[in-house]
Design a protein around this ligand. Structure first.
Ligand code: SF4
Length: 291
């Protein structure tokens, strides 16, 4: 396939085994883990866990990525489309409340094929937010819950930390398309999310103004209470940050508190993680479990 799936629009050939685009991934899926995951937001993880499939490769280049073993170093196992469908069914048999495709942007064509026949549980698109509207439109009716990051609204910061100065405009358009598809959040009788959009933001050291701008945008873009907002504060320095010394520290308590207060004052419904959350809870071992 000639790939223009994400806003990079590389226009390069992806064969079944080789990829020459920014994400480096071939056309067939590569994944690093498929297992029940208990550390998503409560209406997604529920009691039994979310059936996560972690794809390898990435169309972003975040210097602080906690999953860099799979996103930057491409660790993973090559799969076929039928095997990926089988993996989803295995997770459902294990009790997964939903199937949660993690970092699926560069595998949108594969997810679409896997979902040709609907699954008996909601499908979650768990993304960095760097999605193309055109690509999302092809998923309409197949994805039930969108779980995008909104990392930045400032192009300069998006360029510096994720090598994507066009990220803010692309992510804003993508999230508006996601909401157009799902409408306001809906829950089942157990309180699990069956449809809707949950927007995540990871607060970065020294970037509280960015976090507040993101919250302002969410508050003024969507009807009150129609989307959920997840304010994440588990940032942990990771990898070689010598070129980004300002990111080489944990979040200060004051930074977290001022963002949490801001969210409360805006009356944004959602979730606010504790600063003390351990990194390991959010970064599972990438050991090909379940593949
Ligand atoms: S999905 Fe990969 S190859 Fe395709 S446009 Fe995006 S970065 Fe390029």
């Amino acid at each position: 396939m000639i790939c223009n799936l994400c806003p990079r629009r590389c226009g390069v050939l992806r064969t079944e085994t080789e990829g020459e685009g920014w994400c480096r991934m071939p056309a067939l899926p590569v994944a690093a883990r498929a297992a029940l995951h208990h550390w998503e937001e409560p209406p997604i993880s529920g009691k039994r866990g979310s059936g996560t499939v972690f794809f390898s490769g990435c169309s972003l280049g975040c210097v602080f990525c906690q999953n860099e073993a799979i996103s930057h170093r491409d660790f993973g196992k090559a799969l076929t489309v039928p095997r990926l469908r089988e993996i989803c069914l295995e997770l459902i048999r294990q009790g997964a409340h939903n199937i949660n495709f993690v970092n699926p942007t560069h595998y949108a064509h594969i997810v679409r094929q896997v979902l040709e026949e609907p699954l008996p549980v909601p499908v979650v698109w768990n993304t960095g937010g760097y999605d193309r509207v055109k690509t999302l439109r092809a998923l309409e009716g197949r994805v039930d819950v969108y779980l995008p990051d909104l990392k930045y609204l400032d192009p300069e910061t998006a360029g510096r930390y994720s090598a994507a100065p066009d990220y803010p405009g692309a992510a804003q358009a993508a999230i508006e398309e996601m909401f157009r598809q799902t409408g306001p959040c809906q829950f089942d009788e157990a309180g699990l999310l069956t449809r809707g959009v949950v927007i995540r933001h990871l607060i970065l050291p020294g970037q509280t103004a960015q976090a507040k701008a993101v919250m302002d945008w969410v508050a003024r873009t969507f009807p009150k209470g129609a989307v959920l907002f997840s304010l994440m504060s588990q940032y942990t320095p990771w990898g070689d940050l010598s070129a980004f010394p300002e990111l080489d520290r944990r979040l200060r308590r004051g930074e977290m508190e001022s963002c949490a207060d801001y969210m409360r004052n805006l009356d944004l419904p959602g979730f606010c993680q504790e600063r003390t959350s351990a990194r390991e809870e959010y970064t599972p071992p990438f050991d090909l479990t379940g593949l």
